[in-house]
Design a protein around this ligand. Structure first.
Ligand code: CAO
Length: 569
């Protein structure tokens, strides 16, 4: 076992680059190339891979630290001397190889330099008119995926404006426009795989921009050698951004270095609010999380993995307060700026009701159908029962009649007495008719369920309704009292209103809303007669029930209530 200090590698000349993630913990066993850290500047982020295998014994950096080449990063225990040697040899080979690549690149670059000078001269000799230039993908160290389009055909862009965001396994970066001009032939789309030299599109270059001596095409930039100290300084200056003050940085990975160079430039917000590293972007894609909707808690609003977890948690726990389900969130407002306000904690029941209502509203395609039922005879009959009701100690309202009629309609139209399986594959028909009634209590809304309504008498239903309503108001209902409903009646008749659209009590598929009866003039073929008309509204889940079925159900209910003798049939 030998301890070794792992240092920050060459960051392509950049200093003071921020650590945005420490991807390992003390005690972790790592393989060579495992990601140790994620570094990020304004324009690019990259993972720093382990140069060799071992076990992390000490972490010498923290998230938020700024680091430069040579800074101590980790201490690792190397497995064995033999392995260590070979690993070191490998690393040495690798270094040599990389060094060779860099040298080769530099040589190629310096060869290019003469060519470039000539090109530059040729460009400055050209007449100053607009022309179309190709925009190619710079060296991004192999294949990368196009993950964001920042511009579209016909957009006017400034030199340095971001055109696209690319992402490889190890890094994501914005590709800036090499010129000021108008985007043409921009044919790539999100998801396309690109590599060095892939054609991004064309740009109609303005004369001044084209002949700018310090401007290079993507390819030109790509082949530009590492800047000389003076040039480097001026490049660094231009890379300093007004709002962040952070240095751009270039990757230490030779394959990435030039790509990073190509991504330097002024800060451009491609998607305001989306500021995330490659690992987070990858995770967001895997879970189809819209990053635009995730609030970043990292430095400068950067989105970290925990933010994605919190976002998903919000979705699953959404209580109807406006968040979740991928729906636009209603912004928080400080109401106290408009006048005095008072805060009151909502009851558990109110919050649960809100959650259930929201869940039903967003999941079920609701349709509501309205009707008016002539219950003149029903009301005459009900009133005739008053004395007997008193003797029995029950109050008889229209509700027990509505329950009985609804049970008969459910029997006649069994497609209403169902639930859908969650996967939408099956319909579950119920052979029992249990109906819930919405009861308004000081603590909130509850829905106790009356069992086997079709088998009970009006007297029984009246007594049971009163008993359950009282239990609800006294908060004495047991969970079992509120389970097993097939259908719900929500009666606001005692309160008022001419109609409303009740929300289905899922997984039921329909609910009946009852409003206040009103005496209305109804044409009987010869004259207008004063009739007691009861407004009904039937909301149904259009996945389970179609409009014609709903029409028939409501017509049946109408018939039963208009002539309650039919309930005996
Ligand atoms: N039209 C006119 N009058 C009506 C009526 C109607 N549709 N329905 C009931 N009434 C009358 C009753 O006959 C009673 O009058 P009397 O006192 O003169 O006899 C009065 O209104 C009050 O009735 P009630 O509300 O006490 O009794 P009910 O059987 O109609 O309802 C219950 C019981 C528990 C359902 C009811 O008290 C309740 O809580 N309703 C609210 C339901 C609710 O909040 N729904 C909304 C859910 S979505 O937010």
């Amino acid at each position: 076992m030998a301890n070794e200090t792992i240092k920050i590698p060459d960051l392509g000349g950049a200093d003071g680059v921020e650590i945005i993630e420490v991807s390992v913990a003390v005690g972790d066993t790592i393989a060579a190339e495992d990601s140790l850290l994620v570094l990020e500047s304004d324009k690019a982020s990259m993972e720093v891979p382990a140069p060799k295998a071992g076990k992390i014994s000490k972490i010498l950096v923290n998230v938020g630290d700024t680091v430069s080449e040579g800074d101590d990063m980790f201490e690792i225990e190397i497995e064995s001397a033999g392995e260590d040697e070979s690993a070191t040899d490998d690393a040495g080979d690798e270094e040599e190889k990389e060094q060779g690549e860099v040298e080769e690149d530099e040589k190629a670059s310096s060869d290019d330099q003469g060519e470039k000078a000539e090109q530059s001269k040729a460009a400055s000799d050209k007449p100053k008119s607009s022309s179309v230039r190709k925009i190619e993908v710079p060296d991004i160290g192999g294949e990368a995926e196009l993950i964001e389009l920042c511009v579209a055909e016909g957009d006017e862009v400034e030199e340095g404006d971001s055109l696209v965001v690319l992402e490889s396994d190890k890094a994501s970066m914005e590709v800036p426009s090499p010129y000021t001009g108008v985007i043409r032939n921009f044919k790539l789309k999100v998801g396309d795989s690109v590599a060095k030299g892939s054609l991004l599109g064309e740009i109609e270059v303005q004369a001044e921009s084209e002949t700018k001596p310090d401007t290079a095409s993507a390819e030109d930039r790509d082949s530009t050698p590492a800047p000389e100290p003076e040039a480097k300084e001026s490049a660094a200056k231009s890379e300093k951004t007004a709002d962040s003050g952070d240095d751009s940085f270039q990757s230490s990975n030779p394959a990435m270095a030039k790509g990073s160079e190509a991504v330097s430039g002024p800060t451009v917000e491609t998607h305001p609010g989306v500021y995330a590293g490659p690992a987070v972007r990858k995770m967001a894609r895997e879970f189809s999380i819209p990053l635009e909707e995730v609030k970043g808690s990292g430095p400068r609003g950067r989105i970290v993995k925990e933010d994605l977890q919190a976002y998903v948690k919000t979705l699953t726990e959404s209580d109807g307060a406006g968040s979740g389900s991928g729906l636009p969130v209603i912004p928080d407002v400080d109401f106290s700026q408009f006048g005095s306000v008072r805060l009151e904690a909502r009851s558990k029941l109110a919050k649960l009701t809100a959650k259930n209502m929201h869940r039903s509203w967003v999941n079920l395609p609701h349709v509501t159908q309205f009707d008016e039922t002539d219950i003149t005879e029903l009301e005459d009959f009900r009133k005739s029962l008053k004395a007997e009701a008193e003797q029995r100690g029950v109050k008889i309202t229209p509700l027990p009649f509505l329950l009985k009629a609804a049970a008969a309609a459910l029997r006649a139209h069994p497609q209403f007495n169902v639930s859908l399986s969650n996967d939408g594959e099956d319909i579950i028909y119920k052979d029992y008719v249990h109906i819930g009634i919405a009861v308004d209590t000081p603590a909130g809304l509850v829905v106790p369920v009356l069992r086997d309504v079709d088998k009970k008498s009006i007297w029984d239903l009246a007594a049971e309704t009163a008993e359950l309503a009282q239990k609800a108001k006294d908060r004495k209902l047991r969970p079992a009292d509120m389970q097993g409903g097939c259908f719900t009646i929500s009666s606001l008749g005692g309160i008022g209103g001419t109609g409303f659209t009740p929300i289905i009590n899922a997984p039921e598929v329909a609910i009946l809303g009852v409003s206040k009866l009103a005496v209305k003039p109804v044409w009987d073929g010869e004259s207008f007669q004063p009739r007691k008309m009861l407004p009904l509204s039937l909301s149904y889940d259009h996945r389970a029930i179609n409009g014609a079925d709903a029409g028939q159900f409501l017509t049946e209910l109408n018939r039963l209530l208009a002539d309650i003798r039919r309930l005996a049939l």
